[in-house]
Design a protein around this ligand. Structure first.
Ligand SMILES: Nc1nc2c(ncn2[C@@H]2O[C@H](COP(=O)(O)OP(=O)(O)O)[C@@H](O)[C@H]2O)c(=O)[nH]1
Ligand SMILES: [Mg+2]
Length: 400
């Protein structure tokens, strides 16, 4: 095993240098900042120490990229935009990198946290640099629609990609009116949403076990109640909600239990939880995890422990629309290690940037299980529906 130190102006530059020398199978042992006062050049540097074991190639797990629907007909695009937008799977690569380097031993958790620092840097670059040629050369209405989507929180690279495809697909091409351009974008947006299928038949031997994960206050407990109450989800089933919160079940959860007749149990310790999982007979068991920052030490290993004893059939990642997109990517990247089956988007009612929804589903490539848009348990949950988000994006009731 070789160990070597590399420096660069940024973490990613140092990583690139390491990869140039050792290939992509490097293991990050340490990363730190060297203050300007201690460098020869007088500028701040990032230093990483990596090791490489050429005998043990890292297993390659690949996260599938979204493949756009085939174009039926191609229109000629204006001179400066002949090339098709490059399929952007930077985020997949980032996820794939952590997945393939996931350390086995708990004491290596620090390495994951180090990698998160790296990830943070890579994501901030992902946000600022778009490797898709901006669609600035398209006719005015196309630019207007693209800019509106960006004003509503959609990342430029997605907005550019969508508007280019709309241009290629719109019947009247350069002479299309604005409504026609919007209609064409809407068709693309509808194709992007993958709906999670709750009707999928769970294994006969076991009850269906759902694990809710996500950041503090993201809406896990509220969503657990909403799933238990919703007629098209678990409303017609015998449901148990297990609260693992250190402070015990919330007042809201207790009140819900009384009102809906849903049983709730409190299991603070993992061994208690394990015991319960062996004996519980309800058709659906929703295990609610405690709120904690996804970046706090040992949090991930704690969640992994839950996964081990709970053996969930579905892990749902709860993401609030009120988060900054970059924070959403970052926390999602961490929770991706738990292999969520779908995401639940919450607090849609509290954002003025509905475009974030499409950017997040585009990057994560996960189906959406439900959309929450308010505090009312029995009312504010929508089945995943592109029209809902589209309506918010274009501020109108179009249902093209
Ligand atoms: N406006 C709004 N508030 C929500 C939504 N979902 C949850 N909340 C509120 O967000 C707060 C935190 O929710 P909670 O379920 O306790 O989050 P947890 O820490 O992830 O369990 C509570 O005040 C909820 O009422 C939503 O979709 N819209
Ligand atoms: Mg909670």
């Amino acid at each position: 095993m070789k160990v070597k130190t590399f420096t660069g102006n940024s973490l990613s530059e140092a990583i690139v240098k390491a990869k140039q020398e050792f290939g992509s199978n490097i293991i990050l042992l340490e990363s730190k900042q060297i203050p300007a006062s201690r460098t020869k050049t007088g500028t701040k540097l990032s230093q990483i120490t990596v090791s490489v074991d050429p005998e043990q190639p890292v297993p390659q797990k690949h996260v599938e990229a979204w493949a756009p629907p085939r174009l039926e007909q191609q229109k000629t695009q204006p001179q400066s935009s002949k090339s098709q937008p490059k399929q952007n799977d930077d985020f997949n690569k980032v996820i794939h990198d952590i997945l393939s380097r996931k350390p086995k031993e708990k004491d290596q958790e620090n390495k994951i946290l180090e990698e998160l620092a790296l990830l943070k840097e890579q994501i901030s670059q992902l946000q600022t640099k778009s490797d898709i040629e901006p669609a600035d050369s398209l006719p005015q209405f196309y630019i207007e629609v693209r800019n509106e989507m960006m004003d509503k929180g959609m990342q430029q690279k997605l907005a550019d990609r969508l508007i280019r495809r709309a241009y290629a697909l719109t019947e009247n091409g350069p002479s299309a009116g604005k409504q026609e351009v919007i209609k064409s974008v809407i068709l693309e947006l509808k194709n992007m949403l993958k709906k999670y299928n709750f009707k999928r038949t769970a294994s006969k031997k076991r009850n269906r076990v759902v694990l809710m994960v996500g950041g503090t206050g993201s809406g896990k407990t509220t969503s657990a109640m909403k799933l238990a109450a919703h007629q098209e989800i678990f409303g017609k089933k015998d449901v148990l909600v297990v609260s693992t919160d250190l402070y015990g079940p919330s007042e809201a959860l207790k009140a819900f239990s009384k009102m809906n007749g849903t049983e709730i149990l409190e299991k603070k310790r993992v061994d208690e939880l394990e015991q319960l999982m062996k004996t519980a007979r309800q058709e659906v068991i929703i295990v609610d995890t405690p709120g904690q920052s996804p970046f706090s030490p040992n949090y991930l290993s704690k969640l992994e422990e839950y996964v081990k004893v709970v053996k969930p059939s579905d892990v749902f990642l709860v993401l609030p629309m009120t988060s900054d997109l970059k924070d959403m990517y970052l926390s999602a990247a961490l929770y991706m290690l738990l292999k969520p089956a779908a995401i639940i988007i919450t607090k849609f009612d509290e954002t003025a940037q509905p475009g974030k929804f499409f950017s997040i589903i585009d990057e994560l490539k996960l189906p959406v299980a439900a959309i929450a848009d308010g505090k009312r348990i029995f009312i504010d949950l929508q089945m995943p529906n592109a029209d809902y988000a589209i309506q918010k994006l274009f501020d109108t009731n179009r249902s093209a």
